[in-house]
Design a protein around this ligand. Structure first.
Ligand SMILES: Cc1cc2nc3c(=O)[nH]c(=O)nc-3n(C[C@H](O)[C@H](O)[C@H](O)COP(=O)(O)OP(=O)(O)OC[C@H]3O[C@@H](n4cnc5c(N)ncnc54)[C@H](O)[C@@H]3O)c2cc1C
Length: 564
């Protein structure tokens, strides 16, 4: 460990690993990455099996593993007052160790929310689809599916769309995007059913629109069929001598000089407290809950909250920890004919994805009948879907412990299939607040994602609009018979779960609008601090966020030398 580095990145997760790997491509700079744990996908066999993640992500606070932070929310009134476990990965790769690996991009017009959020400030750089698209495609490399490995009924059709996956200079850090070598047979059945109900087949989910149904891509290495992408950036960079990854170190705070310029970071490691100096920038990539926590511990945040914990106020920035947004999902389960529920080819078990087939839809009067609800939904841009369907094998039950929920029925040869209805046009914005003046105490998380009408939207569509009833020959029973709005709402509140897409707690938007970061991702009121991770989003976009996190980190790495 050196006494001083040019850059200090806090957190070796999705964003931190990516930006660190890019910065050290310049051999003249030194970079330290501080990571709280030494866990990594490489020493964690479960991280190599996408489907194995279901073991540790349930809403019960007991459903956790060693590489999880074990965050638990405060009681959520919209979720039957449950305190919910919120999975977040700890160690190299961060939450990618949990990630289900679904890779797709938001709609092009959803970035109008980002443009609006950054407008009115120093409006460079821009955040339109055209501005960010080059960074979405910077490192990815697509492998087509190998249909010889699929059963005939699940032949996987796809559109390679050169525009979405062009040949780029990904020789330095190729991030593999691919299709599973195993396709669930019931996804094929479901596709026919969707088509019968006039849902179109989408071309893919990465080229600016989200409408219709299709097999999805994942961050999978097609050459070995099962490898998580979490290591790609960091493995590549680790070979370079100008990068030091310092694990088992908990960053406690950033220290500033009298000009409010970041000069060092204090971290705790085993029993010692260490301070390392920084000459250029501190990049905070500690994730959606801990990036705002770290800013607050460094004196940047809502003054009343800092004073409550005797933290000297450096910058009164009320937006730190606010604006928390997330998607929620819910699913009825359907018992299916065991003959179509097979655990995959034995040789492909490592390749078993949680979800290989997705669908997107805008809601209309068919699903929602009241004007206020419809008028809220109509505020979203034309291409932005309201609901995502995620097809998966298994039974969610109350979402408390997925392993137990599925293993017990399997022992008596009962198998389930489900189609999750995810709300991807959420309205609620909540918060992360401090619980103490130490980074070692987890912060307080309030999701409160539950505007009731929105739940009704996702519940109704999951329960009624999905075409599972068309798969009659395969489905033998449904596990819920609730049908009135009140019954449905109660079922949803007792089983809804976050899609783990929490974001926006250090939002890039005007300071006057509870913003924390300017359009260059610099924290307001201080010098030399950037925040680059899911917390930086001004708003959560439709779909799964890892592609946006990669894009953000790639772009931040390029903006960095410009801002100094
Ligand atoms: C169960 C699950 C499934 C998911 N599936 C998908 C999916 O299929 N597709 C998709 O697109 N997205 C998915 N996501 C979401 C996606 O994984 C996250 O949005 C993304 O990984 C967030 O990246 P990040 O860089 O913001 O944070 P993280 O990856 O969480 O990185 C934060 C890092 O900072 C470290 N850290 C925190 N505090 C400190 C500190 N004080 N000092 C030092 N280190 C610290 C943490 O240990 C961690 O390594 C999923 C998430 C979960 C939980």
């Amino acid at each position: 460990v050196l006494q001083s580095y040019d850059y200090i990145v806090i957190g070796a997760g999705t964003a931190g690993a990516t930006i660190a790997a890019r910065i050290v491509e310049d051999p003249s700079v030194t970079v330290a990455v501080l990571e709280a744990s030494d866990s990594s996908a490489e020493n964690n066999p479960l991280a190599f099996i996408p489907g194995a993640d279901t073991i540790s992500i349930g809403s019960s606070p007991l459903d956790t593993v060693s590489y999880d932070w074990n965050f638990v929310t405060i009681p959520q009134t919209g979720a039957a007052n449950r305190k919910m476990h919120y999975a977040r990965g700890k160690g190299i790769g961060g939450t990618l160790q949990h990630n289900f690996m679904i890779y797709q991009r938001p709609t092009s017009d959803s970035f109008s929310y980002w443009i609006n959020a950054t407008n009115g400030t120093d409006f460079l750089p821009g955040w339109s689809w055209n501005d960010v698209y080059p960074y979405f495609i910077k490192s990815i490399i697509l492998s087509p599916p190998d249909n010889s490995l699929h059963r005939a009924a699940a032949t996987l059709k796809y559109n390679s769309i050169p525009a979405a996956y062009p040949e780029t200079d990904n020789t330095k850090v190729p991030l593999p995007i691919g299709f599973a070598n195993f396709a669930f047979e019931y996804s094929a059945t479901l596709q026919s059913a969707f088509n019968e109900l006039q849902y179109p087949n989408a071309l893919d989910f990465s080229s600016s629109t989200l409408n219709g149904v299709q097999y999805d891509t994942s961050t999978l290495d097609h050459s070995n069929g099962h490898c998580s992408s979490s290591q790609y950036f960091i493995n590549n960079a680790q070979k370079l001598s100008n990068l030091h990854i310092i694990t088992n170190t908990m960053a406690q705070k950033i220290n500033f000089d009298s000009n409010k310029t970041a000069i060092s970071v204090t971290y705790t490691s085993l029993l010692s407290t260490v301070m390392i100096n920084v000459t250029r920038e501190v990049i905070v990539s500690a994730g959606v809950f801990q990036s705002p926590q770290l800013l607050m511990l460094s004196g940047i945040g809502p003054s009343a909250q800092l004073q409550k914990f005797n933290i000297p106020v450096l910058v009164d920035l009320p937006g730190v920890g606010q604006n928390l947004q997330d998607h929620v999902f819910f699913s009825p389960g359907y018992e299916i004919n065991p003959s179509i529920y097979q655990f995959g080819h034995e040789t492909q078990i490592l390749n078993l994805l949680v979800a290989d087939f997705l669908g997107w839809q805008k809601l209309n009067e068919t699903f929602i009948s009241t004007k206020p609800e419809l008028s809220v939904l109509s505020t979203y841009p034309p291409l932005w879907p309201h609901i995502e369907y995620i097809s998966a094998g298994g039974l969610i039950g109350k979402f408390t412990d997925l392993l137990v929920a599925n293993a017990a029925p399997a022992l008596i040869n009962k198998f389930y299939y489900l189609l999750l209805g995810a709300l991807v046009a959420p309205q609620s914005r909540r918060s992360v607040t401090l619980a103490s003046n130490s980074a070692s105490t987890l912060p307080v998380i309030d999701l409160q994602q539950t505007k009731q009408f929105q739940l009704r939207c996702s519940g109704r569509s999951a329960e009624f609009s999905i075409p599972l009833h068309l798969c009659r020959s395969e489905i033998t029973a449904r596990n819920s018979s609730q049908s009135t709005d009140a019954q449905l709402l109660s079922v949803i509140q007792n089983s809804l779960q976050s899609v783990w897409h929490a974001s926006c707690t250090c939002a890039m938007q005007p300071r006057s609008n509870n913003g924390v970061l300017d359009p260059y991702l610099r924290a307001y009121g201080v010098n030399g601090v950037h925040v680059v991770d899911a917390s930086s989003f001004p708003s959560l976009l439709p779909g799964h966020p890892q592609s946006v996190v990669y894009m953000l980190a790639e772009r931040a790495a390029v903006m960095r030398p410009l801002t100094g």
